[in-house]
Design a protein around this ligand. Structure first.
Ligand SMILES: *[C@@H]1O[C@H](CO)[C@@H](O)[C@H](O)[C@H]1NC(C)=O
Length: 148
């Protein structure tokens, strides 16, 4: 019994944390899925964005009390406009997906939805963390040492 409780204490937080991407691993996945040069943003912009939005954690969620929406996953995509979590008032679900699909280890749906987000006029500036931490800066360090 004690052992089981200890195992639970050790492993349950790991489940809750999901997959945390390593920086270069993420850069490779993003590039392979066509984000390099997409809407003129480099893969380094996207890695910088993911760093500051989620710290590369696919299970990251953050609730916004203002409009009662939630941001989901590695890119912190918002439930007011982009995905359906069944609890956000006046939600649009433009990406046509369940917000849960943005929390999986496989980030291919998150990438597809991010591509839709940047097609809007504000582009990658839609992400506050990108504006605050990546815009106008040399972001090359985010892909330094990665074999891309
Ligand atoms: C991720 O999911 C997509 C389909 O949603 C699939 O095509 C792709 O092979 C998956 N990638 C991995 C690494 O499993």
């Amino acid at each position: 019994m004690k052992v089981l409780i200890l195992l639970g204490l050790v492993f349950l937080p790991m489940l809750a944390h999901g997959k945390v991407y390593e920086r270069c691993e993420l850069a490779r996945v993003l590039k392979r899925n066509g984000l390099h040069g997409f809407r003129s943003n480099s893969v380094a912009d996207w890695v910088c964005l993911a760093k500051w939005e989620s710290d590369y954690n696919t299970k990251a969620t953050n609730y916004n009390p203002g409009d009662q929406s939630t941001d989901y996953g590695i890119f912190q995509i918002n439930s007011h406009y982009w995905c359906n979590d069944g609890k956000t008032p006046d939600a649009k679900n433009v990406c046509g997906i369940s917000c849960r699909d943005l929390l999986t280890d496989n980030i291919s749906k998150a990438i597809t939805c991010a591509k839709r987000v940047v097609r809007d006029p504000s582009g990658i500036r839609a992400w506050v963390a990108w504006r605050n931490h990546c815009e106008g800066r040399d972001v090359s360090s985010y892909i330094r040492g990665c074999s891309l």
